[in-house]
Design a protein around this ligand. Sequence first.
Ligand SMILES: *Cc1c(COP(=O)(O)O)cnc(C)c1O
Length: 357
Amino acid sequence: MLSFYPGPSQVVPETGDYMIEALDSGILSMNHRSEPFMKLLAKTKKVIYKKLEVPPDYEILFTSSATECWEIIAQSLTVELSYHIFNGAFGEKWFNYTRKIHSKTVGLKFDPEIELSPANLDFSQPSSVLCLTHNETSNGTRLKMEVMQLFREAFPEPLIAVDATSSMAGDLLDFQLADVWFASVQKCFGLPSGMGIMILSPRAIERAYQIGDNKYYNSLPFMLENFRKNQTPYTPNILSIYLLYRTLQDRASISKVNNQLRKRHEQLEKVISKQTRFAFLIKNAAVRSVTVTALESTPKNVKSLKKTALEHGFLLGNGYGEWKESTVRIANFPAITRQEWKELRDFLRSTLAGDNS
Ligand SMILES: *Cc1c(COP(=O)(O)O)cnc(C)c1O
């Protein structure tokens, strides 16, 4: 079966080979302060800088998940409150997690159909941390880099933190436009779940040391101290780190990957434009995500499409949150091969056009 679920999602086809390689190399039985492990960590960070085009003065940390990154930002980078701007379930979840730690945290919900702009926001100058969701996995919207740039220009003072969980390693991100970027590996990286990646600007690092949080096992200064030595605060999932290393090593440059995903997205738009049973949940094409698409119809049609897809060996994603019954979601992630995407496209074309009931 082939999964188009937007997380956990289809793992890269080479996962089994890489796992055997890891096992044979002996790295899985190594102490995490040993030379071989430190080398692996250094190589893994290096391949992330290279393949994702991370600026050299940014620092890379690993966590257990994107959710842990939400908590680290609240604990180690936030003074009193943060500002959360969101249009869907994941951005809202981040806001709600943070509120438990900082009760004055401000949340601002915007219409998923509109192109977000700092000019339309009704708070003047946020301080501390401004939190944006780059790719909202629940409804298939994303922020263009032009929008991120406007935010950086309008709000020079706060740190800008960006949840790029379902776009990092698939979409083109200009890391210079924000201070904290994070993702987990079970989306565009195409790896088994259970690991997060956090990327910090020099300003974010400076802020972490100024605040000096040291209460938790994942307090940022303590994390940084370890990762700078190519170690980790706790025994990490060495297998995940190895898989991340090998997957990125074998992957094309991010611009190539992104070109391919953009083409696929256009093909999907074409297929949908030629039938009437399903529509894009998001009508404004300018704000649609490239990596996650939500298609809308009646709950009956949604159910039937998912069932027919399964019979053909395709797992489509359920809707999420308020769109649970009325949408299917389709992941356009790099682990899905050219051929597999074509098979899905052909399936959708014939199934959606064939029966107009
Ligand atoms: C999947 C997802 C998360 C949660 O990821 P975990 O690895 O479960 O913590 C957070 N934000 C977005 C945008 C997501 O798509």
